[in-house]
Design a protein. Structure first.
Length: 236
């Protein structure tokens, strides 16, 4: 299979792989210990601490725990939402790894080698495109494809027709839940709007005049003609 990261991208996953490798070794050690003893013989507190650490490392590095070398093992990288995963884009650039990026309207297509414009917030669309890319990888390795678009399908088929045939309802439910979690996490970690001070829009003082006094404020010119006074009234 291929390596993957389906959680937060750790900075230096590619560019500082020796340090990441130490965390992967710790994860493999904890997994082996859990499979053999289930952390028996440890105190309840130590068992809970090791279990939480194992689950955290597995969620972050479970997809790359079999990777031995960072650059030589990777021929290309697929990135979903290049704007959100900008760290992965930057590291791929530094190591000259070809990148396939799913870019939305707020993403820069020039940041990746092969941009794929699409709606990255749609779980069905993302699952379909990633499935097609996965099939291309499997076909290149001589395997059997699973999610490829059928050659004999109707030309007028839409996403609603294709997606249910490629993924089971349980898979789609998991995909939608994961997308919702990612969107919620992005909003939660986003920057708060800065409050604008009222002083910024306060009335500015009048500019000083050359002779030291303040310049007079010009009064608006009346557009309507003033009524004639009693002295100016015409005689009867």
């Amino acid at each position: 299979g291929s390596f993957y990261v389906n959680n937060r991208w750790l900075g230096g996953t590619l560019t500082n792989f020796p340090t990441i490798r130490k965390r992967i070794d710790l994860l493999n050690q904890l997994l082996d210990q859990y499979e053999q003893t289930k952390f028996e013989g440890l105190s309840k507190k130590d068992a809970i601490v090791k279990t939480k650490l194992m689950e955290k490392l597995n969620s972050l590095l479970g997809g790359v725990k079999e990777m031995r070398r960072s650059t030589s093992d990777l021929k290309a990288i697929v990135i979903v939402d290049t704007n959100y995963e900008h760290n992965a884009v930057h590291e791929a650039k530094l190591l000259h790894i070809p990148s396939f990026g799913l870019v939305d309207t707020n993403c820069d297509p020039r940041s990746v080698t092969y941009p794929i414009p699409m709606n990255v917030d749609g779980p069905e669309a993302v699952a379909l495109v990633v499935g097609l890319l996965a099939d291309a990888i499997v076909a290149g390795k001589g395997g059997v494809v699973e999610h490829a678009y059928a050659a004999g399908s109707d030309d007028k088929s839409t996403m609603k027709d294709i997606v249910p045939a490629q993924f089971s309802p349980d898979e789609l439910r998991i995909i939608r839940a994961k997308i919702r979690e990612d969107i919620f996490a992005a909003k939660r970690n986003g920057k708060k709007h800065r409050k604008v001070s009222k002083k910024k829009f306060a009335r500015r003082p009048s500019a000083p005049h050359k002779d030291g006094g303040e310049s007079e404020v010009k009064k608006p010119v009346a557009t309507a003609a003033a009524a004639p006074s009693a002295s100016e009234a015409p005689a009867a």
